[in-house]
Design a protein around this ligand. Structure first.
Ligand code: HEC
Length: 109
């Protein structure tokens, strides 16, 4: 078993998070999102009533949903096909991109 003192473990964690490979990159997400826009809309607002909006959705929820489709915990024939091609990094980048949209909500009076 690897035994590590807390400061050493913390240093490893910090090094991981400081590594650009582990940081979400919304610009990369924007490029990947071209393949999503046919269904989810270029602005992240879907026209098809079967398709959920992604604009302004939390990165946590987008990431969880994509991983659920990939792991089979959630099933949809369209999404299952799409997520097969996405790496963990792609998923983080896509989540960061759609989460960065500003959404204004106006509830009915
Ligand atoms: C062919 C159409 C299509 C494409 C392309 C597509 N999606 Fe979807 N997506 C759907 C549908 C339909 C659902 C709803 C599935 C369900 O009912 O569970 C969905 C659901 C989702 C959800 C869950 C949202 C929620 O509110 O639960 C996320 C996140 C998502 N898609 C992200 C993406 C991303 C990111 C891409 C591009 C890489 C993408 N989708 C491409 C059709 C599509």
């Amino acid at each position: 078993m690897i035994s590590m003192k807390a400061p050493a473990a913390l240093a490893v964690l910090l090094a991981l998070f400081a590594n650009p490979a582990f940081a979400a990159d919304p610009a990369a997400g924007k490029k990947l999102a071209r393949q999503c826009s046919v269904c989810h809309g270029r602005d992240g607002v879907a026209k098809d009533p079967e398709v959920p909006n992604l604009a302004g959705q939390s990165a946590f929820y987008i990431e969880k949903s994509l991983k659920d489709f990939r792991d089979g915990a959630r099933e949809d024939r369209r999404m299952t096909l799409i997520v097969k091609r996405l790496s963990d990094e792609d998923i983080k980048d896509l989540a960061a991109w759609f989460a960065s949209f500003t959404v204004t909500v106006k509830p009915p009076a």
